[in-house]
Design a protein around this ligand. Sequence first.
Ligand SMILES: [Zn+2]
Length: 174
Amino acid sequence: MKLNEEIESKLKELLVEIESEEAFPIIKFIINKRNVSEFKISDKLLISINQVRNLIYKLNNYNLVTYIRKKDKKKGWFIYYWTFHVKEALSSLDNMKSSKIEGIKKKLKEESDTLFFSCPDKCTRVDFETALENNFKCIECGKVLKEESNVKEIGALSKELKGLEKRKKEEISN
Ligand SMILES: [Zn+2]
């Protein structure tokens, strides 16, 4: 798969999601190659072998890369050779976005369904049932709980949800 502008921006988006933005040059370097030596990455990008490893292990945690390792006969240690999987990366970005949308929907439902009570000192925020069980008192400090209006939260969540869904739609139609 060629690294065009669209794929590049998606990969950057994915790296933001997994907090690995600094790994982008590595991806850019190995994207259309197979089994690239970690030492070659280090040489080409002028970053230390440890930095390469830290960044790429993080990608490995998300199954975006795979490796083979070979023993260096002279030195006796293992060298790792990495391959980046662009299709898997793009589909995990889609999955992350979908689960983010699901999460917000769930939260939105919870907020809309539930009446919340919070402590004036902000130590606790509980639903009606829990508040009732504790005689409408804060379990941390004992102050009387106040009924909370969650209109603001609902508004913010709805806005976020709309934004995410709109972006998803645009991507599908592209
Ligand atoms: Zn309290």
